[in-house]
Write a protein that binds this ligand. Structure first.
Ligand SMILES: *Cc1c(COP(=O)(O)O)cnc(C)c1O
Length: 390
């Protein structure tokens, strides 16, 4: 075995204080039991179909393709789901799992508020008590989402510690979980954190590629050439890649937030400038300084603005099975405007990064090649911010 192969298997893990070992052990046991149980899976399928709006369509965007002198381009429309993004797949899955585990109190962290809204929504539907931890700085920046979460019947707990943003909210949620895990499930928002969270989140999000495999065959009679998705923690991308990983002819591309420029601190591109380390219970690529201090990140899109990436992506990166690139704030904005204008689809700023990267490479691709972009969410939530910039 070469060194890189050994490293490939070390990402993930459970780097946790003693006090969290019992809750994570209980979760692992429950998960291993219910993941293959048919009552659980059929109830989840039912929620996806009749509540959140699955299967999501596959849309060919010929005007956009012509405008960028590109190949055939399709969008997987996670933006059309209830609450406007793929996050509801995971929130419904984990909240349903919690109710099977006999836990009727759900806690979650949220940064931009999207995962908070998705979790509060799932809890309202499933009759679960819901508590959302949110940094006070984020609460001011994301007031409409705070209002929505409250409307959905959840409690928002402001976190003033540290930088009063997402990572501080995660710390508080973990503290709550350690104290209350007998009644409480911690609904983590991306394919991150200690095992089994990355696996659980991937399982719920992999419905995206499961549907897509049939849809693209039906539509084009062949396999796609490239799949492109944006990467924050990595949940929409891993769900979108999952059922295509075995087919090595298909190129998998993850697009990170290139922010303002390549300088450390001005972007959130972990594979551009990061090194492996431990954050929030798992070993993975992180943006850190020489001493291992976590670096501040920047992105126009709150959902991609995070110093760590899910461990599955670190594995795919080191094995070479997937490619990781970045798109800048500016490139994402260009794509945001173009897709809105020529297709009547306003993309989330997160998803706009995937489109922004595609715009760069489009003229070099064969006109008959097939590229699918995961449209992880819709852009209505970003309009205020867009107005501020322009
Ligand atoms: C949260 C979010 C993301 C980033 O999270 P991942 O876990 O990387 O998918 C991407 N797109 C949208 C629309 C989001 O809300």
């Amino acid at each position: 075995m070469t060194t890189t192969q050994i490293q490939t298997y070390t990402f993930g893990g459970q780097f946790l204080p003693e006090i969290l070992m019992s809750p994570i052990h209980d979760l692992l046991q429950g998960w291993n039991y219910y993941r293959s149980q048919s009552a659980f899976n059929s109830q989840l399928t039912d929620l996806f179909k009749h509540y959140s709006g699955r299967p999501t369509p596959l849309t060919e965007i010929k005007n956009f393709a012509a405008a960028i002198d590109g190949p055939r381009i399709f969008l997987k429309r996670e933006d059309l789901l209830h609450t406007g993004a793929h996050k509801i797949n995971n929130a419904l899955g984990q909240c349903l799992l919690a109710s099977y585990l006999g836990k009727n109190r759900i806690i979650a962290e949220t940064g931009a508020g999207q995962h908070g809204v998705a979790t509060a929504t799932a809890c309202a539907r499933l009759g679960l008590q819901c508590v959302i931890y949110m940094g006070v700085k984020d609460m001011t920046r994301q007031k409409p989402n705070v209002d929505k979460i409250k409307l959905l019947g959840a409690t928002v707990i402001p976190v003033a510690e540290g930088s009063a943003t997402l990572k501080d909210a995660i710390n508080e949620a973990l503290r709550d979980w350690a104290a209350n895990y007998e009644t409480t499930h911690y609904c983590l928002g991306s394919a991150l954190g200690p095992h089994p969270y990355p696996e659980i989140v991937r399982f719920f999000q992999s419905v995206i590629s499961l549907e897509l495999k049939d849809q693209i065959k039906l539509y084009t009679k062949r396999s796609p050439d490239k799949l492109i998705a944006c990467i924050g923690g990595g949940s929409n991308a891993i769900g979108f890649f999952h059922h295509f990983i075995e087919d090595e002819k298909i190129q998998l591309i993850g697009v990170e937030a290139g922010g303002e420029n390549n300088e450390l601190g001005k972007h959130a591109a972990r594979f551009l400038d990061g090194r492996p380390g431990v954050l929030h219970g798992c070993y993975t690529y992180l943006l850190q300084d020489e001493e291992g201090q976590i670096m501040p990140t920047h992105s126009i899109s709150a959902g991609l603005d995070y110093p760590a990436v899910g461990p599955d992506h670190s594995k795919l990166y080191e094995s070479g099975r997937a490619y990781y690139v970045s798109a800048t704030d500016h490139e994402a904005l260009r794509a945001f405007y173009l897709l809105s204008k020529v297709e009547g689809i306003i993309p989330a700023l997160e998803s706009s990064h995937a489109l922004g990267y595609l715009m760069q490479i489009a003229p070099t691709l064969h006109k008959e090649s097939i590229v699918i972009v995961n449209l992880s969410g819709r852009g209505e939530k970003d309009l205020e911010q867009i107005k501020e910039i322009s």
